[in-house]
Design a protein around this ligand. Sequence first.
Ligand code: MN
Length: 261
Amino acid sequence: MDRRSILKTSGAALGGALAAGCASVAADSSARSPFKVAAVTVPIAGSTDVFPVRRIYCIGRNYAAHAREMGSDPTREPPFFFQKPTDAVQFVAPGTVGDHPYPSLTKNYHYELELVAALKSGGTNIAIGDALQHVYGYAIGLDMTRRDLQRGMGDQKKPWEIGKSFDMSAPIGPIHPVAMTQHYSKGRIVLTVNGQTKQEADLSYMIWSVAEQISQLSQAFELKAGDIIYSGTPENVGPVVKGDLLVGRIDGLPELSVRIV
Ligand code: MN
């Protein structure tokens, strides 16, 4: 057997084993686990139901002015995607102030206020024109970032997960079904820190619309119900310290408030 057929054969065997493994897990619901892992959910506004979170996707540099402040040229560099772990979710109920811990290792901890789209279905290679039919609803969220670690790893051409994908890095408000908000193509997005406006823009400034984000993402990943997409932040990201009060606002959604503790 030459190298190519060996690779082909072992690839097929591995694929078969993986498929069989998945099937047995799915089929045998009576199998016991040695411990429980909590499901991650976000409350749905106007309901006692919750939205089960499958994956958290985030889009980078989706507002031209933010791309420029991060040192890239929005006309030449397309936006890109990364993920946070599902359990990075920190749900904050409207009318409350969430205690958000200042994380370890960083000395430059940044806010990024973002519109979040939540999917009820998915697929691959979704056409832009079909994309919004997969959206269940919208929420307001913060993509909290250890900027020094993100930049440091980026400078070393290493993955910058440690800067983005850590515990509690995804504060979010309740998910509002589309019927409550309609689909977003515009609307004010404003973040204040201690009452002072820091980020102020309009969702219409996004380089890629929510529909385009879904379409692009679905070329790289099979999207599924439960996936949520942080759609990028406008310009004027900046640092916070313990004690700071962050209040995020997006037209049509309740405020999201956290205090850094
Ligand atoms: Mn972001």
